[in-house]
Design a protein around this ligand. Structure first.
Ligand SMILES: [Mn+2]
Length: 277
């Protein structure tokens, strides 16, 4: 199959999706857990959750801004109305623009979670159980986080317990359809809370934590982080600052009008622009 035939359409066939997922799995299988993010003109895209309108708006930003890059923070499918189309669009962008587009893994890039929140039934009813397995092979290769030379750290959830160096993130074995590793799990599940504590139990899961200012400051200091961008939580405005502006949460789906979806654009010098999509 030549590359032009992979240009995204809403109605890709099972064979085309098979090809697309295997291209992405090949592309990411040798990537480190913590990739190097570019410093200049990067759009950070939060949770999409099957909202094709948001994914198309992100694509337009990429195509309208030559020289820009785009880092997706995970949670491509589940919940929304066009899960397959949305996930496929991001996969297509990652293949078409391999030096500009990077995908990270969210907590919904998990076989167990996708079975419960909509992606598995959608894929298996429309195509087959086997095609869901092809998507699961993409889940397990996606990197867990990104760090730029200027010190921008990006991941889906946030600060994990007991990590004091980037090497500890690099040593995780991420190649599993779920998250058996506690550090990987917490990178995609944890949430920031604006208070002076280190970690406490999260309402989300026995294995998830909320991290406060003390954990954030220790993690940022140990890894040389100036700014963290993460997704995972739906704020009404589509974004939220924490910890004196050193952490930004972004959400790029609308949840049926409950959220004003945003993308965060970052240029050299960690100059931030909040973009409505
Ligand atoms: Mn999430």
């Amino acid at each position: 199959m030549n590359k032009s035939s992979l240009l995204w359409r809403e109605d890709l066939s099972a064979a085309e999706i098979q090809e697309l997922t295997s291209l992405v799995a090949d592309k990411y299988k040798d990537a480190p857990n913590l990739i190097v993010a570019p410093d200049n003109d990067v759009f950070y895209v939060g949770d999409l959750h099957g909202e094709l309108k948001s994914a198309l708006a992100a694509r337009d930003l990429l195509l309208d801004n030559q020289g820009s890059c785009m880092i997706f923070l995970g949670d491509y499918a589940d919940r929304g109305p066009q899960q397959v189309e949305t996930f496929n669009l991001v996969l297509s962008l990652a293949i078409e623009y391999p030096t500009r587009v990077f995908m990270l893994r969210g907590n919904h890039e998990s076989s167990e979670i996708a079975r419960v929140y909509g992606f598995y039934p959608t894929v298996s009813e429309r195509y087959s159980h086997g095609l869901f397995d092809s998507y699961c092979r993409v889940f397990e290769v996606l990197p867990l986080a990104a760090l730029s030379p200027e010190g921008l750290f990006a991941c889906h959830g946030g600060v994990p317990e007991r990590v004091t160096s980037s090497e500890q993130i690099q040593e995780i074995d991420r190649f599993h359809p779920n998250f058996p590793d506690d550090t990987a799990f917490q990178l995609v599940w944890n949430d920031p809370r604006e208070a002076d504590f280190r970690f406490r139990q999260s309402y989300r899961s026995d294995r998830a934590r909320e991290f406060g200012r003390r954990a954030f400051e220790e993690f940022a200091s140990n890894l040389g982080i100036q700014l963290m961008i993460r997704g995972h939580e739906a704020f009404e405005n589509g974004y939220q600052y924490f910890f004196d502006g050193r952490l930004m949460s972004v959400f790029s789906a609308s949840y049926g009008g409950a959220v004003n979806p945003k993308v965060i654009r970052v240029r050299n010098g960690l100059k931030i622009e909040v973009v409505s999509i």
